[in-house]
Design a binder for this molecule. Structure first.
Ligand SMILES: C[C@](O)(CO)[C@H](O)COP(=O)(O)OP(=O)(O)OC[C@H]1O[C@@H](n2ccc(N)nc2=O)[C@H](O)[C@@H]1O
Ligand SMILES: Nc1ncnc2c1ncn2[C@@H]1O[C@H](COP(=O)(O)OP(=O)(O)OP(=O)(O)O)[C@@H](O)[C@H]1O
Length: 271
């Protein structure tokens, strides 16, 4: 069975406070986008476990890979036999696009289907939250306001249909723990959701990613990319999550070529 774990972007990201458990309370709007890995899990015919990967290289031990950790969690809980897992990576890591988190959430959902396990929705969300703060979002995988450490989700009916997305990931990998250590919480919440739905032209003035000042100070190239995307006529431009990916939203397609940016470049009409 094959699934296609997709990336996300963050529309505004406020960091409210540092918590006593080492995490931060945040508020952000998370939006699924059409950039995906491919994940295959099949029952193992020879009884041996195997993990293979292709595409963008992942710098971690197979048992540390989030999709393997997700499978192991289900295996322990439900006494499952061994499987063979193949992951094709197209979503870059250290980008703020939630690639590893999406692989983990999709591995939970795929394992449930593969072995016809009766798991109630909340149980799957709890397992996802134990794997990472971004993981629960990819269970329902719909545009949502995320709060708490990112695991408290409220569906948010915001349509970006017809807009164009330009996503650029410079050749910089930002570590999420480093980014959280580098910021000072703003303590400012997101604007009320109904104000946003009405008025995309005001998003640039209303929505802030609290990671940007600290991350762009350490990596000025990320700010340069954001400024260049803005210069192409985007009505909203921001870094996604803790970076380094930057995106712009456009009402009509500007003239832009892959060669104009170094690093990874994705251009798509949103549905
Ligand atoms: C930046 C975002 O991508 C925004 O969507 C997420 O907040 C990151 O979520 P994530 O990558 O799933 O993060 P986790 O794997 O849960 O945590 C990695 C590390 O980031 C920090 N962390 C993460 C989430 C959060 N709300 N507060 C934190 O301080 C913690 O130091 C934690 O040890
Ligand atoms: N399936 C996976 N895909 C990518 N990275 C993985 C995976 N499993 C574990 N990792 C480890 O997690 C780290 C961060 O991966 P991830 O793709 O979540 O990046 P990110 O850009 O930091 O995402 P975000 O900050 O939005 O959660 C990588 O450096 C890698 O070592």
């Amino acid at each position: 069975m094959i699934v296609f774990p997709n990336a996300k972007i963050n529309l505004g990201l406020r960091i409210l406070r540092k918590r006593t458990d080492g995490f931060h309370d945040i508020e952000t709007i998370m939006i699924p986008i059409g950039l995906s890995d491919a994940l295959e899990i099949v029952p193992s015919a020879d009884g041996e476990f195997a993990f293979t990967s292709s595409g963008i290289a992942i710098q971690c031990d197979p048992e540390e890979n989030l999709c393997v950790k997700a499978f192991r969690m289900m295996q322990r809980k439900y006494g499952l036999p061994e499987v063979k897992i193949h992951l094709h990576k197209a979503i870059p890591a250290g980008a703020g696009l939630g690639g590893g988190s999406s692989d983990a959430a999709f591995a939970l959902k795929l394992t449930r289907r593969l072995f016809s396990i009766k798991v109630c929705g909340n149980e799957l969300l709890e397992m996802a939250a134990a794997l990472g703060s971004d993981c629960p979002f990819f269970i329902e995988n719909i545009t949502s306001v995320a709060s708490g450490r990112g695991e408290a989700l409220q569906p948010f009916p915001l349509s970006l249909k017809g807009y164009h997305l330009l996503l650029v990931k410079p050749d910089i990998n930002v570590s999420t723990p480093w980014a959280y250590k580098s910021i000072t919480p703003s303590g400012i919440p997101l604007p009320a959701p109904d104000q946003l739905q009405e008025n995309p032209d005001a998003w640039d003035a209303m929505l802030v990613n609290d990671f940007e000042p600290a991350v762009m100070k350490s990596y000025p190239e990320i700010k340069e990319v954001r400024d260049r995307i803005r210069g192409l006529g985007a009505f909203y431009t921001a870094m996604s999550g803790s970076g380094s990916a930057v995106f712009g939203l456009f009402k009509s397609a500007p003239f832009v070529r892959k060669e104009d940016f170094s690093g990874m470049f994705v251009w798509q009409e949103l549905r």
